[in-house]
Design a protein around this ligand. Structure first.
Ligand SMILES: NC(=O)c1ccc[n+]([C@@H]2O[C@H](COP(=O)([O-])OP(=O)(O)OC[C@H]3O[C@@H](n4cnc5c(N)ncnc54)[C@H](OP(=O)(O)O)[C@@H]3O)[C@@H](O)[C@H]2O)c1
Length: 344
């Protein structure tokens, strides 16, 4: 490990509220000399992998979300980070240890030990603490099993199926014996879903210009939907609600098609809900943080699959701290597969 003296501490500061898609212009890069002083029980970490997630755009909404206040301007962009300990004043962590913390888009962080979770690097690549063995894994597992409750033979449809959460939901649903339709943008992602993740059917939503024809195609493939795990909202969801089956479960995990501009405008009234009535279906929003206290439960189930190589947990890793805002932007253009990360 290199000397910690005279290192540059880089930070991406969230500086401007976006009205449409978020990009570089909403952030400022700050450089300063690294402060290496530590109080008792504090740890200095160097970020190695930094997460970019769609929730960052939700938190920039000017309206209340699941947080009462938006992300404050002129502060470091909040984010999950996998880092290494550079110096420690805490008994439980030593130099070189790998840790997870919500330390944000910065190259280094001085944090109280209680805000860090130690990572065992022998289980899986440490970056998985931001993906399959982290928040996206928790969302996929509990969202599907607690809200979706899929049974063998049922039809599970997953939108955003080639992303961090969606790609895991596809595989978890297969493990429950469900028949799975993965919906994603582009033929390449669809081929990956089928060939590598075991989806029974796939659909490229970008090949459809309206919900009616997309709906007809989904119905032709599946004969109706028992569980819909929704990551995207918009046209894809409009295509699915009219073809849900009796007692269908609809899990609202994300609505990414609405984030770039749709969060701040007046919402439309409820739509297509007559189908919920006709089919006595349930619709449930789910939030990863509600299952934080059950993280160990998820890890006990999923880690062995990861270790045994039984689960595909692709990571798209972009190199360079400077790339963080453009990486966030690319979540909305969909260039990656699996979990999108930036390596520092
Ligand atoms: N409720 C929770 O606690 C929770 C936790 C984590 C994530 N989420 C939500 O889950 C969803 C997926 O998150 P993730 O982290 O796994 O991201 P991700 O799926 O890895 O990346 C986002 C993907 O969304 C798709 N997308 C972007 N714009 C779209 C549009 N207009 N219409 C349809 N698809 C679009 C793109 O894939 P294509 O190439 O297929 O278009 C893109 O790759 C997001 O909505 C996120 O907010 C919720």
């Amino acid at each position: 490990m290199t000397s910690i003296e005279n290192q540059i501490h880089q930070q991406w500061i969230y500086s401007r509220h976006p009205t449409g898609i978020v990009s570089d212009e909403h952030y400022e890069l700050r450089n300063q000399l690294l402060d290496t002083s530590l109080d008792r029980d504090e740890v200095l970490i160097a970020a190695r992998y930094i997460s970019v997630d769609p929730y960052m755009r939700i938190n920039q909404s000017s309206k209340p979300t699941y947080n009462p206040e938006p992300h404050p301007l002129n502060t470091v962009q909040a984010a999950g980070v996998v880092g290494q300990v550079l110096a420690s004043n805490a008994a439980s962590l030593k130099e070189g240890d790998w840790v997870f913390g919500m330390t944000g888009w910065q190259s280094h962080a001085r944090v109280h030990v209680s805000a860090l979770t130690k990572i065992d690097p022998t289980i899986a690549p440490v970056s998985t603490a931001l993906g399959v063995l982290g928040m996206p894994g928790r969302t996929a597992w509990f969202g599907l099993t607690e809200a979706g409750k899929p049974h063998a033979g049922e039809v599970v449809v997953v939108s955003g199926a080639a992303g961090a959460v969606g790609s895991l939901v596809v595989q978890f649903a297969k493990r429950h014996g469900a028949k799975v339709l993965g919906i994603a943008g582009g033929a390449e992602k669809c081929a990956w879903l089928k060939d590598k993740l075991g989806a029974d059917w796939t659909l490229d939503y970008k090949a459809y210009s309206d919900d009616v024809t997309l709906s007809q195609e989904i119905l032709k493939l599946t004969s109706g939907v028992d569980v819909y795990f929704d990551n995207v909202g918009g046209m894809v969801t409009d295509a699915i609600l009219p073809i849900i089956k009796r007692r269908a479960r609809i899990i609202i995990c994300g609505q990414i098609s609405q984030y770039s501009g749709g969060l701040d405008v007046a919402e439309m009234g409820p739509r297509l809900l007559q189908h919920m009535l006709y089919q006595r279906a349930t619709i449930q929003g789910i939030l990863a943080r509600d299952y934080l206290h059950r993280m160990d439960e998820m890890l006990a189930i999923v880690s062995p699959w990861v270790k045994a190589g039984e689960l595909v947990f692709e990571e798209t890793i972009i190199d360079g701290f400077e790339q963080l805002p453009s990486a966030l932007n690319s979540l909305f253009t969909g260039e990656h597969r699996g979990k999108l990360l930036v390596k520092v």
